[in-house]
Design a binder for this molecule. Structure first.
Ligand code: NAP
Length: 278
């Protein structure tokens, strides 16, 4: 029987644990505050920002919303970040991506104080992960590690294949699996004989950004498959990078879309916010 990895349930557990921690911190006189900056009104970003605010409310994290107009200049945004970096009552700073084209995202990410970088995108956070030092972890890959651990799936010694090498998913994912003692292979668009590589995987993480790309012929029987993708299919239904119907029967465990990796990203963002105070 294929185990369905329930991201909704696991993220709810994590949020309950965090709620308790925040209450303890409050009792000790410590408040957790996240500043969320959105530039422009991209509809998807508005939904993500709204969900982050709701999660903060549930856990007891104070959120400060900065909704800036599309015409905001790079300098104005960087000045706001500098001000938030200096404020002792702000623990975490999140700038919702993507930013309008006239703003350099790399500059903005680098502008955030690494001690408040709850998205884990600052080069210092990424560097710390690379050399095994403490630092904020990128939320989606950190959520995947939690999904595996809390579903009783061993990583140590396993053949782990990550398809995708983006800075926010593929690269940090491979580093985290390595940190958990997996044997890691990273595949990308220039990889040759992809099927041969993915068929060796005990744990296969798919972050390719192509709807239902991964079909049964890429998967070894008994593999654990983690689907990071989020898309709308031709019937406007949510689907992932994995063709769930054909792949699920082969797997020992798999994440669904929706209800798999998606809910974990916000849970881990909340976790980073709480850690920023500890
Ligand atoms: P991305 O930046 O577009 O990266 C896609 C990666 O896939 C790239 O490294 C690319 O290789 C590789 N790739 C593309 N075509 C390939 C092929 N035919 N064979 C092998 N590799 C191929 O995407 P991303 O930001 O990592 O996101 C991936 C997916 O996850 C998207 O669907 C996104 O919406 C979703 N996502 C979900 C969450 C969540 O919370 N659930 C969070 C973030 C992202 P190259 O580097 O060679 O171009």
């Amino acid at each position: 029987m294929t185990q369905l990895i329930d991201g909704k349930k696991i993220s709810a557990e994590i949020k309950e644990e965090l709620k308790e921690k925040v209450a303890q911190l409050r009792a000790a006189g410590k408040e957790v505050t996240l500043a969320v900056i959105q530039v422009g009104n991209d509809p998807a970003s508005t939904v993500y920002v709204g969900n982050k605010k709701k999660a903060c409310e549930f856990i007891g994290i104070r959120s400060l919303a900065y909704e800036l107009p599309e015409e905001t200049t790079e300098k104005e945004l960087l000045d706001l970040i500098t001000e938030l970096n200096q404020r002792a009552d702000v623990n975490g700073i999140l700038v919702q991506l993507p930013l309008p084209k006239h703003i350099d995202e790399d500059k903005v990410i680098k502008g955030i104080d690494p001690a408040k970088d709850v998205d884990g995108f600052h080069p210092q956070s990424v560097g710390a992960l690379c050399i095994g030092q403490p630092g904020f972890l990128s939320c989606t890959p950190a959520g995947i590690i939690q999904l595996l651990k809390r579903s009783g799936i061993e990583i140590a010694g396993k053949q782990c294949v990550v398809i995708g090498r983006s800075n926010i998913v593929g690269k940090p994912m491979s580093l985290l699996l390595l940190r958990e003692n997996g044997t890691v292979t990273v595949a990308h668009s220039k990889t040759q004989n992809l099927k041969e590589i993915t068929k060796r995987a005990d744990i296969l993480v798919v972050a390719i950004g192509k709807p239902k790309f991964l079909t049964a012929d890429y998967v070894k029987e008994g593999a654990v498959v983690i689907d990071v993708g989020i898309h709308r299919d031709t019937q406007n239904k949510l689907c992932g990078d994995v063709d769930f119907e054909s792949v699920a029967p082969l797997c020992s465990a798999i994440t669904p879309v929706p209800g798999g990796v998606g809910p974990m990203t916000i849970a881990m963002l909340m976790n980073n916010c709480v850690e920023s105070v500890l």
